[in-house]
Design a protein around this ligand. Structure first.
Ligand code: IVH
Length: 675
């Protein structure tokens, strides 16, 4: 394909994908299948890779992320980002209405009632219909510039349609829908990472990630609730939101106009019971005077506007008997205490279990078996114990003694300094750890051996057919066929001829899984997907990683002391080195395979600096490497080019000139790789 045809096709694909994204993520009504959608996106990504000169910052391919930000730039808000006055009582709400009626002359005005979405606030600026920046609330005066992360949220338009003002800001709330949050937390637990306590924390944590590819995986969503501009389309807040909807924004339907405070109160009562049916969290209702001309008249306090108020719902609470406390053992040996409760109805579900997080929390609350405890569902999906009803404490109760030994294998538990959790150090034979590690090894993001599955792994371990991941690669048709379990419910996992063939084929296929995923599959504590990728890229092969010193490890991007110690500890154990040797012999990938597009930049060394028009910083580095060049972080006499976008620091420029290094513009670079 020639460059011109590519340009045309890229534009065509972009606008199609934008349209389908909007249908799916905003209108909840998709007109093509996931498969067709993925095909279009893949075609676009491939074309942009081949013709980087036409990869625009508004391309829907930006939504998969890729830009890395070490520190977010601080940006001053054009309009300060205020918060809302809160109330929990009907009386205060009526006071708010009376105050307003006294301050404004006309009787005839209305309120807009909206849900108070529970997530992280964001301010989006659009210039000529294109998303130009996204800033967090920060301290209200300035916040973090997180545009690359925000672009990964599919329901936020990168380009608008219709009669939008040339320049405006729109504010909203980024949140985690329940389903996505639960899936995401489950994955975290599978990877040995602590789950997030609630969707709100998870949403704001996700916006501050350094690697936007990671944000892209988290299925965040965003509702918009406030338009700010010198050229607002109408004088009604409600109408402005409807306008914004027509430009492509996700404005929920749960908005109502109310003429009187009684109507407002009705809206509040309705949602106080209905909120449990929503697929996302809300923590109250926001009431705003609709007529924007009245906003200036009513004015602002230092912290909040006088024309709006938030009515907050009480967190729902129930009291019930704490019958016992169990312990769960995770794949890395971390022990989590779980409370077993007498079933109690709370906020739309029956609650039987509650997380107790760790021993410190049990001690702090002085929770005892036989206590009547208060259980709350705030923003959390999993309810938590927030206190003890001391009046109901039985006379013979004794302080709870946290276990000192592993409930599964009896080993003495250990706790590292600075950590809240205890863990079982017996990673060799503690059964849940063996199962957990193997489940992790075969999981989709690791070796992706899907025909095995957790139940079969458990069965093989129980039958002593395997005890670690290297044993998997020594399985044969003979040893597999006929494998069965006495557990009636799990009988389906028994293995017949065909099943055995499939398992062996999947194991064979997994030998092509790239090094970074093999490294992740090993399940080294704190080495998640991202860190594994960084380590693989840095060390290139397992030998270099195994021989790395603390200093070597610390020099890797995103690797700190905790991770380094864990890696050193892992490789210091002879059984781990032996395991790797066996996996190597079985033919797994322990070396990075280079993706090469061309050899145009062979032997050339680049320093990359500044902000680019058509590439993210990471993207341009990747492009250099794919074309055979090398990227280093600082200028020296060995550097050939300083590749600079806008805003190269003056120090860097001076140094480049002094060392006689050629400064290359983005356009010159593009010419270099195209020709
Ligand atoms: S309006 C100046 N509307 O609540 C008024 N805020 O405590 C700006 N929030 O920081 C806020 N849903 O993050 C508004 N429908 C809604 C909202 C909402 C959630 C959050 C927002 C804000 C905080 C105020």
């Amino acid at each position: 394909m020639d460059s011109n045809t590519a340009k045309q096709r890229i534009a065509e694909l972009s606008s199609l994908i934008d349209k389908y994204n909007h249908e799916y993520y905003v209108l909840d009504n998709s007109s093509i299948s996931d498969f067709e959608f993925d095909n279009l996106l893949e075609e676009l990504i491939a074309l942009e890779k081949q013709f980087p000169e036409w990869a625009l910052p508004t391309s829907p391919s930006q939504r998969v992320g890729g830009e890395i930000n070490k520190n977010f730039l601080q940006v001053k808000h054009k309009y300060p980002m205020l918060s809302l006055a809160n109330t929990y009582s009907e009386e205060e709400l009526r006071d708010f209405d009376n105050r307003i009626r006294k301050l404004i002359p006309q009787k005839d005005f209305s309120y807009t009632c909206e849900l108070k979405y529970d997530g992280a606030a964001i301010g989006l600026t659009y210039t000529n219909g294109i998303l130009s920046q996204a800033v967090t609330r920060g301290n209200g005066v300035e916040g973090d510039l997180i545009t690359a992360n925000i672009k990964t949220i599919r329901s936020i338009p990168l380009k608008l349609h219709g009669d939008y003002p040339a320049e405006f800001e729109i504010r909203g709330e980024v949140f985690f829908p329940h389903k996505a949050f639960e899936e995401f937390n489950k994955e975290r637990e599978n990877e040995g990472e602590d789950p997030f306590a609630n969707p709100r924390n998870a949403a704001s944590g996700s916006l501050k990630l350094q690697d936007s590819k990671e944000t892209a995986k988290r299925k965040l969503d965003c509702f918009l609730y406030y338009l700010l501009s010198e050229n607002l389309p109408t004088k009604s807040h409600y109408q402005n939101l409807q306008k914004a909807k027509s430009w492509g924004f996700k404005i929920p339907n749960f908005i109502a106009q109310a003429k009187t405070i009684d109507e407002v109160w009705e809206f509040i009562n309705y949602w106080n019971t209905q909120r449990h049916e929503l697929p996302f969290d809300i923590d109250g209702i926001v009431i705003k005077v609709d007529n924007i001309d009245l906003w200036d008249m009513l004015g602002y306090t230092a912290k909040s506007p006088r024309w709006a108020i938030a009515y907050k719902f009480q967190a729902e609470r129930a009291s019930t008997l704490l019958e016992s406390i169990d312990y769960q053992v995770g794949r890395t040996g971390v022990i989590t205490p779980v409370a077993n409760l007498s079933p109690v109805w709370l906020a739309g579900t029956t609650v039987k279990r509650a997380s107790l997080h760790n021993s410190d929390i049990i001690e702090k609350l002085d929770v005892r078996i036989g206590d009547t405890v208060f259980v709350e569902k705030g923003g959390e999906i999993i309810p938590k114990i927030v206190g003890v009803d001391l009046d109901k404490r039985p006379l013979n109760s004794a302080p709870f003694e946290y276990t000192k030994t592993c409930p599964e294998c009896g080993s003495t538990l250990v706790r590292e300094s600075g950590e809240a959790a205890f863990y079982c150090p017996n990673d060799d034979t503690c059964f849940p750890q063996l199962v957990g590690r193997l489940e992790h090894f075969i999981s989709k993001k690791a070796m992706n051996i899907d025909s095995l599955g957790p139940e079969r792994v458990e069965m093989m371990l129980k039958n002593r057919l395997i005890s670690n991941c290297a044993d998997l690669y020594e399985l044969t048709q003979e040893t597999l066929v006929g494998l069965t379990t006495t557990d009636e419910e799990k009988k389906k996992s028994s293995i017949q001829d065909k099943g055995a063939t499939n398992i062996l084929a999947a194991l064979e296929e997994s030998k092509q899984v790239p090094f970074e995923r093999v490294l992740f599959a090993l399940g080294i504590r704190y080495v998640g997907e991202v860190v594994a990728k960084k380590l693989a890229r840095h060390f290139q092969n397992i030998e270099a990683l195994m021989n790395a010193s603390m200093i070597d490890l610390l020099s890797v991007d995103e690797v700190g002391e905790k991770i380094s110690v864990s890696i050193l500890d892992y490789f210091s154990k002879p059984q781990h080195r032996e395991l790797i040797l066996r996996l190597q012999k079985s033919g797994l990938q322990f070396q990075v395979k280079e993706e090469r597009l061309s050899t145009k930049l062979d032997g050339l060394t680049f320093v990359v600096s500044g902000v680019f028009q058509n590439f993210s910083r990471e993207g341009i580095k990747k492009s250099i490497e794919e074309n055979g060049g090398k990227v280093v972080s600082s200028l020296s006499s060995k550097t050939n080019f300083l590749l600079g976008g806008n805003d190269i620091g003056p120090e860097k420029l001076k140094k480049a000139e002094k060392l006689n290094i050629r400064i290359l513009s983005e356009e010159e670079y593009r010419q270099m790789i195209i020709n």
